[in-house]
Design a protein around this ligand. Sequence first.
Ligand SMILES: Nc1ncnc2c1ncn2[C@@H]1O[C@H](COP(=O)(O)OP(=O)(O)O)[C@@H](O)[C@H]1O
Ligand SMILES: Nc1ccn([C@@H]2O[C@H](COP(=O)(O)OP(=O)(O)O)[C@@H](O)[C@H]2O)c(=O)n1
Length: 653
Amino acid sequence: MEYLDLEPIARMAGSVVLPGSKSISNRTLLLAALAEGVTEIKGLLDSDDTRVMLKALRHLGVAWEWGGSRDCRVTGVAGRFPVQEAELFLGNAGTAFRPLTAVLALSQGRYRLVGVPRMHERPIGDLVEALRQLGARIDYLGQEGYPPLAIHEARLKAHGRVRIRGNVSSQFLTALLMALPLIGKTTTVEVVGELISKPYVEITLNLMRRFGVEVVRDGWQLFRVVGGSRYQSPGVIHVEGDASSASYFLAAGAIGGGPVRVLGVGRDSIQGDIRFADTLAQMGALIRMGPDWVEACGPRRLKPLDADLNHIPDAAMTVAVAALFAPGTTTIRNIGSWRVKETDRIAAMAAELRKLGATVEEGPDFLRITSPAHGLTAGAVIETYDDHRMAMCFSLVALGGVPVRILDPGCVAKTFPNYFEVFLGLRQPDVPVIAIDGPSASGKGTVAQRVAERLGFHYLDSGALYRLVALAALRAGVAWDDEAGLERLAQELKVRFDAGRVWLGDEEVTDAIRSEEVSRGASSVAQWPAVREALLDRQRAFRQPPGLVADGRDMGSVVFPDARVKIFLTASPEVRAQRRYKQLMEKGMSANIQTLLQDIRARDARDSQRSAAPLQKCADASLLDTSDLTIDQAVEAVLKQYRASSGPGVAGG
Ligand SMILES: Nc1ncnc2c1ncn2[C@@H]1O[C@H](COP(=O)(O)OP(=O)(O)O)[C@@H](O)[C@H]1O
Ligand SMILES: Nc1ccn([C@@H]2O[C@H](COP(=O)(O)OP(=O)(O)O)[C@@H](O)[C@H]2O)c(=O)n1
């Protein structure tokens, strides 16, 4: 396919099972091949780059077979490839080319390593230089310092020390370290200059350890592989999902409303790119993380950023495109390695972002991106430079309310063959939300319900959920400070809302949850992060066509950060105490106005001072003080804002 046209996407939400990590897959394949014993690799990535590695290994005499779509069984050769003479075609796969160069250079055979033309423009001199120090004999078949390479038999020197530059690509160090156990003698690697992309080296060390080889490390300067270290199969090994691939979906959640959840990487990940989630959070996304999943949602309009992203070089490309959705100027620093990737990514990114109306300043190792002031340019035709990440990143443009054409979309096969299918599977119709937050008795519930009626929208009284947890806790004798106990109640809560009435299990509790005792209890249980977390998905499930009006304390800030309209509804404490008094009297419940005023003040303080989702007006909410308004006037004010709202997918300033 020459191009793929993406239509504007209103909203993104859902979950995605990530393909296996490319970095982990190719390292694992090589280590499994070198190891003694059979390794069952679970969750292996099946893509162009891993096929390049698999094919090369087969040429070298390594036996492997797929079992199921993501599992591969490799029979190790215990450090010596059966085939001692071969020509290997390694495409544009850096994760195959560099490590195989190192391993074959120390393998006593005759090999030729070639790639696609772009691979022949990607430097490898620093690695060759280091291997030559060990006695390896390597010739450049084309340009000095670049592939293709010829490797000859050599007498290796065991002088114990080798120096390698660390500031062009961390893959050189990775390749060298993985090959060192083949020498059989203790060898110390000294990194010259600052080591870039350190997290990738950590992946290498981690995987070598799983295959039985411990690299002794002194800072990021000295690495020692002890003589006699040999790779041993761990038996079964699981490949994590690809954290770089996760970045597109997490960004889609932040820009497209979300929540979007990726399965396969999380808190326990060994991949550096998992830190992309932190960067996205700095840009205003809301992130939740479990051991092996991450979820993002966000306000669609992000915050610009000025950051050193050396630690997440691949996912940093996603930040560059996300910058289109962050009114202002975003600066991405210390990304010089982009120049020697699949393409010169700094130049490519600058050229393509400009097509969308962004102003881009390009430096030797930085990009400064100012988002277009009046929305993205429609109908841009994006070149992808045979770079899978360019194609994947720019799919996000469709969330900016404009169509976009991606040229050569098939280049995603390098790491994620069905990327676009999975990406488009997250499309959702837009379901507008009106979020009304504010203090107790400001009139949120009354106004929200009437607005919902007028628009024919669904209504969520989020406070009722906290009240229900409090009531359930009173019934079950769970104390207000028992976070785990309250969390369990919140998770198991059996509630039903119907025509303004509320049931807990089989019992109608519409009035019971309005008692003063439950009111106080609600604001106590609401302080616990675990309780709030347990109620989050339940609240989000209320978002159903044609729309939702939700009231509470954190509707606009946490639960529906992409709400079309955000209102902070308030009134003076005295007015609110009066209103509550009248309300209780009408229900025939007893009340004292002074006590109510005290309660309101105490609850305001608790709600606004707690650390989890405190009650506060978020920057993008508009203030509506109803002290001097009638209910109808307040309702009209909200409806007016809704009618004036511009709809989904607003990009730029
Ligand atoms: N703008 C308003 N003017 C006068 N009374 C109002 C107004 N808004 C709400 N009320 C009354 O105040 C009382 C408290 O409102 P409620 O919706 O329960 O507040 P909240 O949900 O914020 O706690 C209700 O009896 C309601 O009729
Ligand atoms: N989204 C929400 C809604 C309520 N709450 C808590 O739940 C309590 C009861 O909420 P509510 O909205 O029914 O209370 P009132 O505003 O009606 O008094 C509040 O005091 C808050 O502490 C919350 O923390 N977050």
